[in-house]
Design a protein around this ligand. Structure first.
Ligand SMILES: [Zn+2]
Length: 565
């Protein structure tokens, strides 16, 4: 077992220490790396850089996590601001070193040390940064933090209870139609109250991103956005063709599903707040709260696979999760990691709905991949690019189907599987709409807030023609996208979920024929981590690229047959 494979074993989250970096300490580290390089000692230079990158990454992950855990904590916010200000300095040093490494004459020696693929990634990375954009990067981080903080500050009242946006979850999918409606009124009431600031934050982000792209020599932010996501094997034209496949193969199907739901429930019209009630008998919910679910999850993974079981045990026993919703906590769920110790961390906001199960199995997939990849020597391979990473997460959601009864109760297991699959299909039109919207936004960076809202409405009519917002004015004015953090904080990321879903569903199809073979192939894919570009990883697992004509239609046909729709 190599040193890297021993990473993580026996570590506890509370014991992780990260030295607070300064501009001087970072500069001194890179001087030492440069000196080793000048002396021709590639081995020492690369080893020193790898350590520096892991230390920075662990520090940055801790700071971002602590802010997300309590956005009202002044010290956490101060540390975040400090790190956001320092990050462009770190990026400057790292980019200069990548440029120097890419220019060395001994490229074969370098490739032997780090691999060919990281060199291709660096060649992309160096086109995304220039010292002239440092102040813009800091300003961008501040705006994203402000958006997170604003949403985390929401306190809304529903059924005489005060809750945050995550806490609205059970009401938003309540079997009682009136309660679902009240939940959406409460949610969008908060957004209406902050409409001006939400428009202002996004307007500033778009202007900053467009400005950075211009400084770097691009016409718009779009090519820069793709490069920042390290997409080296496909471009906007591939993504546009994929959106078109969703439009042809999925939009009519989801329209039909929703119409069936309307008729079955005897509603005159299907409203926006009816879409979340997927199961007419009430969406199956977890068998219990946090503690019950955590214990059941361990049992589920024990039954599924010894590799998943052992990792799940390490994660829980080491304290690498924060899953309970509470006031001031940032919304959503994510997985982050601390590469100095080789362990990931799962963040979520359990609210007692089926989303707890979806989020947990999803983030567990990310965490397991990161763990399985810990033997990679280059930081560039610890995580895949995001569309590939979402196969690892969504793949585990589907591969958990046979044992999901442990989390939802055996009596509700069939209903859960059906609900999850229907939810996956219904997600695709929304997912591509969010992506198309961003392509429009960055193609027209001078658009006003009202024009951006009109862009959303146009696309919404194309991809989700069934959307009926009743009398919720904020939604009728094209504001739905403003609740989606990815649009503010992670431009162009969203399509990744839809691309990955096409691949994760292929794992599901295979698992129905030979479960163990599908699971083994999944675990092997996790172990390859980020060692290759998206489509190579997809092919390595025997899956068909979503960009191939027919890939999406194939899984949709299989799902349709399974659901009997
Ligand atoms: Zn994910």
């Amino acid at each position: 077992m190599s040193r890297l494979c021993q990473l993580g074993t026996g570590v506890r989250f509370a014991e992780i220490v990260a030295t607070r970096p300064t501009a001087d300490s970072l500069a001194a580290t890179y001087v030492a790396i440069d000196t080793a390089l000048s002396a021709g000692d590639f081995g020492a230079a690369i080893a020193g850089w790898e350590l520096a990158r892991r230390e920075w990454s662990t520090w940055s992950s801790l700071v971002h996590l602590r802010f997300a855990q309590n956005t009202a904590d002044k010290q956490a916010k101060a540390d975040l601001d400090y790190t956001d200000a320092l990050a462009p300095e770190a990026a400057d040093l790292e980019t200069s070193l990548k440029r120097r490494l890419l220019a060395v004459e001994q490229r074969p020696m370098l490739a032997a040390l780090v691999g060919e693929y990281p060199l291709r990634l660096w060649a992309t990375d160096v086109t995304t940064f220039d010292p002239s954009i440092k102040p813009d990067l800091e300003a961008e981080s501040k705006l994203i933090a402000r958006y997170t903080e604003l949403l985390a500050s929401a306190r809304v009242t529903i059924s005489a209870q005060t809750v945050n946006l995550s806490g609205l979850g059970p009401y938003a999918q309540h079997p009682d139609r009136g309660i679902r409606y009240q939940a959406e009124l409460a949610r969008w009431g908060f957004f209406t109250e902050h409409a001006g600031e939400l428009d202002s934050i996004y307007g500033q982000l778009v202007a900053l991103r467009h400005g950075m792209a211009k400084k770097l020599g691009y016409e718009t932010f779009t090519p820069l956005g793709y490069r920042l996501l390290r997409r080296i094997d496909y471009g906007p034209e591939h993504v546009a063709r994929y959106r078109d496949q969703v439009l042809r193969h999925v939009v009519p199907l989801v329209g039909r599903l929703l119409e069936d739901r309307r008729v079955a429930n005897g509603w005159d019209k299907l409203r926006f707040w009816d879409e979340a009630l997927i199961d007419p008998a009430g969406n199956p919910s977890p068998i219990g709260d946090h503690d019950v679910l955590v214990s059941a999850a361990q049992t589920m993974f024990d039954k599924m696979d010894p590799r998943l079981a052992a990792f799940c045990n390490l994660l829980f026993s080491g304290g690498f999760t924060d899953l309970k919703n509470r006031p001031g906590k940032a919304g959503g769920g994510f997985c982050t990691s601390f590469p100095t110790v080789g362990m990931p961390f799962i963040f979520a906001n359990f609210n007692g709905t089926h989303d707890d199960i979806g989020v947990f199995t999803h983030e567990m997939g990310h965490a397991f991949q990161n763990w399985q990849s810990r033997h990679h020597t280059s930081s560039d391979c610890l995580w895949p690019t995001m569309e590939a990473a979402e196969i690892n997460s969504m793949g585990l959601e589907f591969l958990s189907y046979p044992r999901i009864g442990y989390l939802v109760g055996e009596a509700a297991a069939d209903r859960f599987r059906r609900m999850h699959l229907l939810g996956a299909l219904s997600f695709l039109p929304y997912g591509v709409c969010v992506d198309h919207f961003q392509h429009e936004v960055y193609a027209h960076p001078d658009a006003s807030a009202a024009e951006r809202h009109a862009m959303w409405q146009r696309l919404e009519r194309l991809y989700m023609p069934w959307s009926n917002y009743g009398d919720v004015a904020f939604l009728n004015k094209g504001g739905r996208w403003q609740a989606k953090p990815h649009i503010y904080g992670s431009p162009f990321y969203y399509i990744d979920y839809t691309l990955a879903l096409c691949c994760a569903m292929q794992f599901w199809v295979r698992s129905r024929r030979d479960y163990q073979a599908a699971l083994n192939s999944y675990v092997e894919l996790c172990g390859r981590g980020g060692s290759a570009p998206f489509q190579d990883l997809v092919r390595s697992a025997g899956l068909i690229s979503p960009f191939s004509e027919g890939a999406l239609a194939g899984v949709v046909a299989e799902a349709t047959a399974f659901l009997g729709i």
